[in-house]
Ligand binder design. Structure first.
Ligand code: ADP
Ligand code: MG
Length: 230
């Protein structure tokens, strides 16, 4: 089932008097349950594309349809709502709260909901077990390796059961082997929970693990590999 249609999307940035064409005429179809790598060298438009899909930025032209709704020009409050209810984000710098332990970092997004505490605790522990961190719940981020921190970030992104997780170079600060391992954990979550993942990377070893690959060059789609291309 189709989740996102990216229709003729372009994004220009104005830098003084020059215009940077960050993305030009992008057409991509994303299905529910896809596990997508957006690959391309630095400056090819990966972050811009993820920001547009994540309603963090608006396209200069074209439209982004998310669950049959045009989300490309939503008012701020609506965009915030979409992000809070539908999306999870993973960043290359992990963005964990340093004074909170692993359990508390993952629990954090749940605290704005009025949910039963015992239910929260059960969900947090279950997710931490799934990403292999059940023994580390009391550790603080500075007591963990980079790969372990990124696993915490994955669990935190998943805790609200978003339909889509966007991860901008989640393996950039990890060695290749740890990076591949992180992508395998995301793939496991994709299979077990059905969550759609879109992550960017410039590491071919990491790209290899994705089931669908979108290659960007100079802000354009160079090729698409994998299932249901558009
Ligand atoms: N806020 C901005 N202002 C001006 N130019 C930008 C901005 N963000 C990105 N760019 C430019 O857009 C192009 C694509 O950038 P980006 O999406 O960050 O690529 P990637 O994530 O693949 O490295 C680059 O030329 C970059 O310099
Ligand atoms: Mg980038």
């Amino acid at each position: 089932m189709s989740l996102i249609h990216i229709n003729k999307v372009s994004k220009d940035y104005h830098l003084g008097k020059t215009i940077v064409h960050a993305l030009t005429d992008i057409n991509i179809n994303i299905e529910k349950g896809d596990f997508i790598a957006v690959a391309g060298p630095s400056g090819s438009g990966k972050t811009t594309l993820l920001n547009l899909i994540g309603t963090l930025d608006t396209p200069t032209a074209g439209e982004i349809i998310f669950e049959e709704r045009n989300v490309s020009n939503l008012p701020d409050r609506e965009a915030t709502r979409v992000r809070a209810t539908k999306l999870g984000f993973i960043f290359q710098t992990f963005n964990l709260v340093p004074v909170l332990n692993v359990f508390e970092n993952v629990e954090f997004p749940l605290l704005i909901n009025e949910r039963d505490n015992a239910e929260n605790r059960k969900d947090v522990t279950e997710l931490l077990t799934r990403v292999g961190l059940e023994q580390y719940q009391k550790h603080r981020p500075d007591e963990l390796s980079g790969g372990q921190r990124q696993r915490v970030a994955i669990a935190r992104a998943l805790i609200n059961k978003p339909m889509l997780i966007l991860a901008d170079e989640p393996t950039a600060n990890l060695d290749s082997k740890t990076g591949e391992n992180i992508v395998d954990i995301m793939l496991k979550m994709n299979k077990e929970l059905g969550t759609t993942f879109i992550f960017s990377t410039h590491d071919p070893k990491v790209v290899r693990h994705a089931t669908k690959k979108i290659y960007l060059v100079d802000g354009q789609v160079d090729k698409v590999e994998g299932n249901n291309q558009s």
